[in-house]
Each structure stands twice: as C-alpha cells, then as structure tokens.
Design a binder for this molecule. Sequence first.
Ligand code: ADP
Ligand code: GN1
Ligand code: MG
Length: 354
Amino acid sequence: MDPTKAYSAIAQQFAIEGDVLRISPYGEGHINVTYLLETSLRRYILQCMNTRVFPDSDALMHNICMVTSHLRRKGVETLCVVPTKAGAPYLKEQYNWRVYDFIEHTVTYQTCPNLRVFENSGKAFGMFQNFLADFDADLLYEVIPHFHDTPKRFRDLCAAVAADPVGRAAKCTHEVEFFQKNADLYGVIAAELGNTLPLRVTHNDTKLNNILMDDASDKARAVIDLDTVMPGSSLFDFGDSIRFGASTAAEDEQDLSKVHFSMERFSAYARGYLGAVKETITPREAELLPYSAFLMTAECGMRFLTDYLLGDVYFTTKYPAHNLVRARTQCRLAEEMRLALPQTADIVSALLRA
Ligand code: ADP
Ligand code: GN1
Ligand code: MG
C-alpha cells in the first residue's frame, strides 16, 4: 500500500505547514511505525504509535510533552510535538498517530561508525541525565512497569519456554541454556535500586539510533525516542548504549564470527559519559558500569528470545528467525562482556582518576 495515499488524510489532521507531498517509511526502530512526511514547505516525522507496547497513549504523550518542555526551557534541542489541528498532542483514529518536527541536518547510525561518534553519544546521554536531574519524577507515568527488571525478564523467558505457544523452543535450546547458566547474575541492580543505587529519571532505551548526530560535525544534536523516559538507574542507560554501540556488528548480524564486544568502544563511550557525569556519579554506580553492559545485553537477549518463543508479538521483525538472530548476537556479546569485566573495570578506574 502506498503510504502517501493511505496516510495523507491522517497527516492533514495535524497542524503542519504546507501541502502533503510524500509519506515514506523511515528509520530502523523496532516499536513504532515511522514515516518521513514531506510537505511543500518542510519535513516531519509521522508515527503510528505502538499501543500494544504503550497501551496508554495519553500517559505516554503527557510524559513526552513534560520532558521536552523541561529540556527546551534549558535551551536543549529536543523533539518537538506537532499538535493536531484540534490542539491534541496525538490523533486518535483506528490507530494512534503523532507528528514531530523533523530535526534536519542530522544522521542516526545503526552501527557505530567511529570512536568519536560513540564518545560524543556517551557525553550526550550523560548530559541528558544531568538535564533531567532536577525533573520531578512524580510528574511521570510509569508507561511500562518493570521495564528493566531483569529478574522478571528472566522469569518471563522461563514461562515462554514452558508454554512454547508456537513450537519454537526446540530451536533455541542453546540460547535458553546460556540465560539459565548466568541467572545468578541478574539481580544486582534490581536489589539495590532506590537504596545503594540512586533512582534517577532515565531514558531507558539509549541505543545509538535513538540519538541524532550532526551530519557535519558528528556531535550529538538531540536524544530522541523519549517514550521510555521513566524513573530508573543510570546504569540502564549506560549498559544499553554499550550493548548496541560497542558491538562490532549489527544487532541482527547472522554471522556470529563478526560479532564481538569492542573494549576500545567501551572506553570511548565511558570517556564521553564520565566526562559529563563525573560530579554526580556515585562510587557504587561507577563500580557497576562494566556489569551494567553485561546485564543490559543479557536482558535484551532474553527479551528477543522471549518474543521469538511467543511468535514475534513485540518487536518489529523482517523474517521468521529475526528475533532469534538478535538473541544470538546478544548472547555472544554478553558472554564476552562478562569475561572482560576485569579489564573494563580497569578502564573505568583509569578514566575516573584522569
Ligand atoms: P522506535 O520507537 O520505533 O524506535 P523512534 O522514535 O526511535 O521509533 O524513531 C525511529 C527512527 O526515526 C529513529 O531512529 C530516527 O532515525 C528517526 N527519527 C525519529 N524522530 C526523528 C526526528 N524528530 N527527526 C529526525 N529523525 C527522527
Ligand atoms: C526497542 O524502540 P527502539 O527500537 O528504539 C525497545 C528497546 C530495546 C531495543 C532493542 C520500548 O527500542 O527496549 O532495547 O528495541 N524499546 C521498547 O533494539 O521496548
Ligand atoms: Mg528508537
């Protein structure tokens, strides 16, 4: 179906400038269906919101409007929600839709192109944490409860293996064994959050394609995909960035011989991140940075595998084994990260002393 024909009437219900010329699929997100909306005057992002993942669109858009207003007040470049012509933050139709200004002269990376980009993204996510340090977490709805509750993610995986609703469990016994073997490592952040680890307002989905980099300077311009901004641990954000950007291959690389954890990239990201949060990071948070990379990678792998077992109901997939392929890269990376814990701890210590 031609998206221009199908969705022009939707786009025209927003307070956009110019006449709709073209609507085309855009980006590599796994959750929403994203389109580039081009008018006779400018460009926008049009998104069909995923109401299975985020059932409460009012709460979701409330969070996004609150967070973006807070950032804008501080002069930080951020997403700009384009309201409907009736003045609402999103459109309720058969599906729910929203529009953002397209942030021009930026690029998103699906894999890390060079160390400078990754260091800059570390700095940007560190600054993002700083900008939200005075944001009142009580103003936010918890749009996905237990989002980074890794022990619960493990229990969900075990339940999916036991139920095996689409008969795929026999195809992933090695991966399931991997997650069972490491199960005693999943509880550290969950046990300490709110006591020995501070609860902060965090992004919770800090992969490299959720940050827009300036296309000329490679500096970070805007942190996007603010759907999951909720109270959490800064370790979720650090670990998830490393999970995605410190891999030598794409998240869905099928040739595992290409998939490795790059300590050089870990070091670059940590340098950028610690440069931004040196004043506020607690000793316990700093100590757990290397572990957080392992944890978030294992957690994401469990989520991909659970979705594979349940028949691909959560993440967007392009072929039947896509979630299994993604789970395999995460197993490989998590294993290498676990083995590298002594070296990555040394990297963090050296950066903190510098
Ligand atoms: P998902 O939740 O599915 O990941 P995102 O909100 O991250 O959806 O959007 C998907 C992709 O669209 C991003 O990775 C980015 O490349 C692009 N994108 C999203 N919002 C903007 C924007 N305001 N300006 C430019 N590109 C954007
Ligand atoms: C999803 O929305 P997107 O594609 O940026 C997911 C993240 C996963 C990621 C794995 C709301 O991120 O939690 O880490 O895929 N987002 C949600 O690539 O579940
Ligand atoms: Mg995204």
